[in-house]
Ligand binder design. Structure first.
Ligand code: SPD
Length: 284
């Protein structure tokens, strides 16, 4: 931060900046530096360790995609695990499903939850007080490796693999997720902006495919994650999901009674189409 401008540098030669209207929260926790500030275009913005995590104006794109792509594909999910996601917006989307009986959210840094509930209340919109939600402040890798439960859906809403996020991209973590996913279950995780962080996708692919039978990727462009399309990893224990058709998605979408601003079943299908330069890098 300098002269009321916040700079984000994900790439050494290319970055983005935001004018700061005012800083609402600034704290160094045991794990990371949290800043929440007001920008006149994107609304309130949260950064962790200098990397933009979420903004009020475009968060719906990321959170609807990371949640509804697996949930609508699955149909009538009952048990969901969210790793990370301390701002509560993925949780907000997941709690929209009446079929869900239990949601466990594992966030390593309680201070992120507290700060976001106070300064980004529209992200969680009271989802933390939903009776089905159990928030556990703990390490996601330890959680999946000691969990005996099985989940229909696992959503990894994590920061980039820097600081506390590093282990959420490791083979050890993916093995734990595999073990606590139902046979029919679906795992999804954010995998960075491909044009700038292509190694996230290639590393995730080679680590996920050690355990999961079917690994693929879907994408969405989120303006404040600069550099083009954001990629999400998708992994399942079998390939039954490879043949999803629009009619099934539409039926599931209608029966979930969702109202979304970005997600719809047609976007769902198209989001799995990858440009050739991405496929070449993954070597699928
Ligand atoms: N480059 C930063 C990507 C951050 C993705 N996750 C943010 C958490 C939003 N709930």
């Amino acid at each position: 931060m300098k002269n009321s401008i916040w700079y984000e540098k994900i790439h050494p030669n290319f970055g983005q900046y935001f004018f700061i209207e005012n800083i609402l929260h600034h704290e160094q926790t045991m794990f990371q530096e949290i800043i929440i500030f007001q920008n006149n275009f994107f609304g309130r913005i949260m950064s962790l360790d200098g990397i933009l995590q979420t903004t009020e104006v475009d968060e719906f794109i990321y959170h609807e995609m990371i949640s509804h792509v697996p949930l609508v594909a699955y149909g009538h999910p009952k048990k969901v695990l969210i790793i990370g996601g301390g701002d509560g917006a993925s949780l907000r989307e997941v709690t929209k499903y009446k079929s869900i009986e239990k949601i466990i959210m594992v966030e390593i840094d309680e201070k992120v939850v507290t700060a976001c509930c106070q300064y980004l209340p529209n992200h969680s919109r009271d989802a933390f007080s939903d009776q089905r939600v159990s928030l556990q402040i703990s390490d996601g890798v330890n959680f999946v490796n000691s969990c005996r439960d099985k989940f229909d859906i696992i959503i990894v809403d994590c920061p980039d693999p820097i600081g506390p996020g590093v282990r959420l991209f490791s083979p050890e973590f993916y093995r734990g997720c595999y073990n606590c996913l139902h046979e029919r279950g679906i795992f999804v995780a954010q995998n960075g902006v491909f044009f700038l962080q292509s190694e996230y996708v290639s590393n995730s692919y080679s680590n996920l495919i050690k355990y999961f039978k079917d690994v693929k990727f879907f994408q969405a462009s989120v303006p404040s994650y600069y550099g083009g399309m954001m990629i999400f990893a998708w992994a399942t224990k079998n390939s039954v999901w490879g043949n999803l058709d629009l009619k099934v998605l539409k039926d599931n979408y209608i029966s979930a009674n969702l109202s979304c601003r970005y997600y719809n079943p047609a976007i769902h299908i198209s989001s799995f189409a990858m440009p050739q330069y991405v496929l070449d890098r993954i070597d699928i």
